[in-house]
Write a new protein. Structure first.
Length: 684
């Protein structure tokens, strides 16, 4: 069987032209031996046939042009208005997710391999309050053919549509000119003919897009008698024969291409904590939207990971992408040595507004690990500048994770962080036990006893204490009591040590507070931010420090010895600013509370299953700790194949931290999948 081709046809002000184009393309593809399905995703202006059946006018045209092709309308509405309005008038709701499900069902049923989807109006035609036709097309990963009415104004219309499509990662494969009227005769007609001839050339050149053909004007096509109509359709499909063949040619959607991606990946690309030779095949993600990641074969996976804490607002948030595009148009990057720019300053203002009290200075870096390096250097330089050269060790906690660069690794859990592998290379730090007092248990002062002892014995050597506030993330997804953090703050003050809080994972609402340190009403001397800082769009981190730290380092002309090439990258800063705007609406609070309730309810049954050591939930984080390490490969396959969800366990942990915008139903899919995996023993 031939490869499936999905082709969207779109354009503005074409009147019936788009439909004629679709119908003629259907006929041309059928003539090439393809199994054709012509779909009108949303048909407005439907009318009742004498039998009471609701007729979709465009579908009637497809049938007329190519009776052998299958055809369907997914949503039929009566009012001849924009889809969002026509739907509202009938008290109905159109959504991209709904259209996608309807389309998949239609594809399965038809068995077609050449599928045309005709837009309703132009690309930005609204489907509902938030989504447009372009959103629907964007999640299909389909080809796009633009229908361009050939007249004055066509160039601007067409080029704007091309730009809009490309801005959403849809590369149009060509355009078809529609001659909507016959040029007048005489001098006037001469100019019109010039315009018609020029339009195609300019659009093709400026838009870097081939003209796939020019449909002739047939007056009253749909009302012609059967014989002449048949001749007109034959002619129109003949004009598009080469276009149809081009649309059938091998392309990026092919399985051979998809296989080659997976092969190269496996042969040549490292993935996190893996070896190219040993790693199992990865899944190929082509797009992401809302709380879903879309695979090349069209499957939607509900995301339970937020791409490792990052994508807090979900994928494809219009505000984030717009700020990224806008900044890309102005200035994607400029060196921060000697220059400053509004995105860095605006972001800085916003960060200081929401940061814990006392933090006044900001260092932008490019990843979490680098932020931790910078924080450690700040602490060491500060102590040296204050004339305390003996303070050159960092105190860290067992079970901690702070990143993968050498300095950051030195403060990770010595066992998980594989310190033995780098013995003699990593700086030797001091470790306190993991705080054993649970977040949800009663705190006793006994819990910080060991930490106190270490400070008592080695306080003189300690430059700073670094810890992840409240939630130890990648080191074990452990939630400890806020009073422990409070006590740690006191001990640092008593012993002249700085407190570095690594909020890279916990920051921006994940634990139910904007920053996890708010649970303990504690302000650090230095704070690291990353991950969700840009809403998961692009890498950026920030190190915030108190005036005292900054002034200490600057004593006697001291400077902070760090300066990444991409420091304060304007693209990243602009997106981070937009992400903070989204957080600023405060909507995340209720959403995180809702997720917390959903996780508690959904994971509750697991408490009774064999092999489960602990179930814990805090904010938008849900954790199942098993008694033994789990079978990650088997679980991931089960989650993807059986439940259509993306959950990636590690070690003894199966955990969820979905994007805040996840719906109740999507969240339930995640928890049901986790319960199923444990109940049915897929983790073993
Ligand atoms: C992820 C993480 C880091 C490292 O961030 P990268 O951007 O991966 O370098 C550091 N600290 C914590 C707490 C993290 O979760």
């Amino acid at each position: 069987m031939a490869e499936l081709r999905l082709i969207c046809v779109c354009g503005t002000d074409t009147g019936v032209g788009k439909t004629v184009l679709c119908a003629a393309l259907a006929r041309a593809a059928h003539a090439l031996g393809r199994g054709v399905l012509a779909v009108k995703p949303v048909q407005t202006g439907c009318y009742e046939a004498p039998g009471g059946e609701l007729l979709a006018p465009d579908v009637e045209v497809y049938r007329q042009a190519c009776p052998q092709a299958q055809s369907a309308a997914l949503v039929t509405l009566r009012a001849p208005a924009s889809p969002h309005l026509a739907a509202r008038l009938e008290g109905r709701d159109i959504s991209v997710a709904g259209l996608n499900l309807d389309l998949r069902a239609c594809l399965d049923q038809s068995g077609a391999d050449f599928v045309l989807l005709e837009g309703a109006g132009g690309l930005l035609t609204p489907l509902n309050e938030e989504e447009s036709l372009l959103d629907f097309f964007a999640c299909l990963d389909a080809s796009l053919v633009l229908a361009v009415p050939n007249r004055l104004g066509a160039i601007n219309h067409a080029l704007l549509s091309i730009e809009a499509a490309r801005g959403r990662g849809i590369e149009p494969c060509g355009f078809v000119l529609l001659n909507a009227s016959a040029p007048a005769s005489g001098r006037e007609g001469d100019l019109e003919r010039r315009i018609h001839g020029d339009n195609g050339a300019i659009i093709s050149r400026r838009g870097a897009l081939p003209c796939l053909g020019e449909l002739p004007f047939v007056p009253g096509l749909l009302a012609l008698d059967a014989r002449r109509r048949e001749r007109a359709w034959e002619k129109a499909s003949g004009v598009l024969s080469a276009a149809a063949a081009a649309l059938c040619a091998p392309c990026r959607a092919d399985t051979a291409y998809a296989a080659s991606i997976l092969d190269f990946d496996r042969e040549h690309l490292w993935h996190p904590y893996s070896s190219p030779a040993l790693q199992p095949r990865a899944y190929e993600a082509v797009r992401a939207r809302g709380a879903s990641i879309i695979l090349r074969d069209g499957r939607f996976l509900v995301d339970g990971m937020s791409s490792w804490w990052c994508a807090a607002h979900g994928y494809g948030r219009a505000e984030l992408l717009q700020s990224l595009r806008g900044q890309a148009g102005r200035m994607p990057h400029v060196m921060f040595g000697g220059f400053t720019h509004a995105p860095a300053v605006d972001l800085g203002r916003r960060l200081l507004e929401i940061a814990p009290a006392g933090l006044e200075k900001i260092f932008y870096a490019d990843s979490g690990s680098v932020a931790v390096e910078v924080a450690l250097k700040m602490a060491l330089q500060y102590q040296m500048a204050l004339g305390r050269p003996e303070k050159k060790r960092i105190l860290a906690l067992r079970g901690a994770y702070h990143g993968d660069t050498l300095g950051a690794m030195s403060v990770c859990d010595p066992v998980n962080g594989m310190h033995s592998l780098f013995q003699g290379v990593l700086p030797e730090q001091i470790f306190a036990p993991r705080p054993e007092c649970r977040f949800d248990a009663l705190y006793t002062s006994q819990s910080a006893q060991e930490l106190e002892n270490i400070f008592k014995v080695r306080g003189r050597e300690i430059a700073a204490l670094i810890l992840e506030p409240i939630v130890q993330g990648a080191g074990g997804m452990w939630f400890y009591h806020p009073d422990y953090l409070y006590r740690a703050r006191e001990l640092c003050l008593e012993h002249g040590c700085l407190l570095i809080l690594d909020e890279i994972a916990t920051g921006f609402g994940r634990t139910g507070r904007l920053f996890a340190c708010e649970w303990a009403r504690v302000s650090p001397d230095i704070m690291c931010l990353g991950k969700a800082l840009t809403g998961g769009v692009i890498t950026l981190s920030a190190v915030l420090a108190s005036d005292a730290v900054a002034e200490g380092i600057s004593r006697r002309g001291g400077i902070l010895m760090h300066g990444p090439t991409f420091m304060a990258n304007p693209l990243a800063c602009a997106v981070a600013g937009a992400s903070l705007d989204i957080l600023g609406s405060g909507e995340w609070r209720d959403r995180v509370l809702g997720i917390e309730a959903g996780l508690r309810l959904g994971l509750e049954p697991c408490k009774g299953f064999g092999g489960v050591a602990d179930v814990r939930v805090l904010g938008a984080i849900g954790v199942l700790e098993m008694e033994r390490p789990v079978n990650v490969q088997r679980l991931v396959r089960y989650f993807v194949e059986e439940h259509g969800v993306w959950i990636r366990p590690f070690n003894r942990l199966i955990y969820l931290m979905p994007p805040y915008i996840i719906s109740k139903e999507e969240l339930a899919r995640l928890t049901v999948a986790v319960c199923g995996a444990v109940r049915e023993g897929w983790w073993i």
